[in-house]
Ligand binder design. Sequence first.
Ligand code: CA
Length: 222
Amino acid sequence: MRILVVEDEKGIANFLRDGLKEEGFAVDVAVDGKNGLLLSRENEYDIILLDWMLPGMSGIEVCREIRKKNSSVPIIFLTAKDTVQDTVFGLEAGANDYIKKPFAFDELLARIRVQMRTGSSEISTLTVGAIEMDILTHTVRKDNTEIPFTQKEFALLEFLLRNKNAVCTRTRIIEHVWDIHFDADTSVIDVYINSLRKKLTTKDGKDHIQTVRGVGYMIRDV
Ligand code: CA
């Protein structure tokens, strides 16, 4: 899942980027409103963390511009403003949630997870066949045995599972699992898919990942 962080305070931006990457997210950072808006239009994000007070263009303005384009990407405001009036103002501008600075990283993570599950009924477990992924504890089990996963493998599997039984094009996989620094060498995806296959193929030889020639991949209940 890919996140855009729009935050002008370097310390906070770095803290968020590093923390979110550790959780397996692909993260892009913009340090002002204009760049944030630009990135939000260039890439397909799963969530946007938007600071309120930004140089040039405020978070509120950025939020309004994003909503003008009919984008429904979840937006969480990061704000030092905490009066009821300001909060209402932020939500009216089209934000889905807000969190007051300073905040605990775990609380932010919990709010991100809430936004990401809106629209689908799953809570914290994604499954296919005998494979079970727990988003909160970052564990993957096959036939009830835990299998070690790298962060990228986890992120890729999470994306495939969230789109279970639907084809994920290579472009969408790159958009949602890798960040802006990803170079155009899409064979990296194949390497990760191979490693997922090795780890996930069940004892009876069941491979849930289907290659869709020339398009991408699909994970399905077979
Ligand atoms: Ca700021």
